[in-house]
Design a binder for this molecule. Structure first.
Ligand code: MG
Length: 314
C-alpha cells in the first residue's frame, strides 16, 4: 500500500483537500543544488548568496511570523515530538522510544515551515502504517496546541501584563527593522502557518500590529483556504505589480520558496531561536539556500546594512 493510500483509507475526506492544498504548499524540495562562493557584506554577518540588483526598490514586503519575528513559540518542537512519540507508542509497534523519536524528528523537521496540520496529517499516516486507528489530524493539532499553550502561557501573560519587554521575545532587531522598512514606504504583510487568531493576538502582544494593520494572515481550520502563496498572489494581483516588487523574509522553506517562484527577492532568516546567539542556525541556512534564498541573516541586528544593500546596492 502506498503512503497516500494508507492515509486516505483512514481519512478519505482529506484526499481532495490535500490535493488542493499541495498545489499551494508542497513539501520541501531542494531547487538549488550548489552555489558558488558566497560573500559577507563587509564587517557584518549578512551573507550574500546571490547579488541583489533591483531596477526598482521593493514595494511590498512579506514576513513570516514564528521564528522570523516572534520567539513566543520557541521550543515548540519539544512539545510536538514527545507527543507524537507517545501516540505512536500506543500502536505497540515494538519500536524503541529512541527509534520512534528519530522517525518523528525526521518528519517534523522535514515539514517545518508548512502549516502545523501537515505534521499532524503525517502523524496520522504513521499511526495508520503501524496498524493503529488514526484520528482526524485536526484533533491531533488541537492536542498539540493545548500542550503548547500550557508551555507558553507564562510568556504570553508576561507580555500581557507588561512584566516582559516585547523585545525579549522578538528576534533581535525586529522593531528597528520594521520601523526602517516603514520609513522606506513599503507595504508590509504578515503571513504565518500558525492559526490566524493566535497570530493576531501574539502580534498585538509583541506590538507589531501597527506595522501591518489588517494585513496579518494565518492558518484557518480549513487549511486549503489559506496559504502564503495565496497571500503573495493576492498582493501581486490586486496591485498589478510584478513579482520583482516583492521582498520576503522567512526562516521556513515555504515562504522563501513561494517568494522566489513568484519572482521576488528572498532573505532567509536562519535564526538561532533558543540562544539568540547572532550566529546562523546551520540547518535552517542550508534549507533556505536550498530553495533559493538570495541573502542569509542570523537576525536583524544589522538590518540597516541589509536594507541599504537591497535598496541602494551599498
Ligand atoms: Mg517560521
Amino acid at each position: 500500500m502506498t503512503k497516500a493510500h494508507c492515509l486516505f483509507s483512514v481519512m478519505p475526506a482529506l484526499e481532495r483537500h490535500l490535493e488542493m492544498a499541495n498545489a499551494y504548499e508542497g513539501d520541501f524540495r531542494r531547487r538549488v543544488e550548489s552555489i558558488g562562493p558566497t560573500r559577507f557584506l563587509p564587517g557584518t554577518s549578512i551573507e550574500i548568496v546571490r547579488e541583489v540588483r533591483l531596477a526598482q526598490p521593493p514595494r511590498f514586503v512579506l514576513l513570516d511570523f514564528d521564528g522570523t519575528l516572534s520567539l513566543v513559540r520557541e521550543g515548540w518542537q519539544s512539545i510536538m515530538i514527545p507527543m507524537m512519540v507517545e501516540l505512536l507508542q500506543e500502536t505497540r509497534s515494538g519500536e524503541t522510544t529512541e527509534a520512534l523519536t528519530r522517525t518523528v524528528q525526521d518528519f517534523v523537521y522535514e515539514l517545518t515551515g508548512k502549516q502545523t496540520v501537515y505534521q499532524m496529517i503525517r502523524l496520522a499516516e504513521e499511526i495508520g502504517k503501524r496498524g493503529g486507528r488514526a484520528r482526524d489530524p485536526l484533533e491531533y493539532k488541537k492536542m498539540y496546541h493545548d500542550r503548547l499553550m500550557a508551555r507558553i502561557h507564562d510568556r504570553r501573560e508576561a507580555l500581557r501584563n507588561g512584566t516582559a519587554d516585547p523585545e525579549s521575545m522578538l528576534v533581535p532587531g525586529t522593531l528597528s527593522m520594521l520601523r526602517e522598512l516603514q520609513t522606506r514606504g513599503v507595504r508590509m504583510f504578515l503571513a504565518s502557518g500558525t492559526d490566524e487568531r493566535y497570530v493576531l493576538e501574539e502580534a498585538r502582544l509583541l506590538t507589531l500590529d501597527p506595522f501591518f494593520g489588517r494585513h496579518m494572515y494565518g492558518a484557518l481550520d480549513d487549511h486549503t483556504s489559506f496559504s502564503k502563496q495565496m497571500v503573495i498572489d493576492r498582493i501581486l494581483r490586486e496591485n498589478s505589480v510584478p513579482g520583482a516588487s516583492l521582498l520576503g523574509f522567512g526562516d521556513g522553506f515555504v515562504e522563501i520558496d513561494n517568494v522566489k517562484s513568484s519572482g521576488g527577492i528572498a532573505v532567509g532568516v536562519a535564526t538561532d531561536e533558543t540562544q539568540r546567539s547572532g550566529r546562523p542556525d546551520e540547518w535552517k541556512r542550508d534549507r533556505l539556500i536550498g530553495v533559493g534564498a538570495d541573502v542569509i541573516v542570523p537576525d536583524f541586528r544589522e538590518s540597516s546594512r541589509l536594507i541599504g544593500y537591497i535598496w541602494e546596492g551599498a
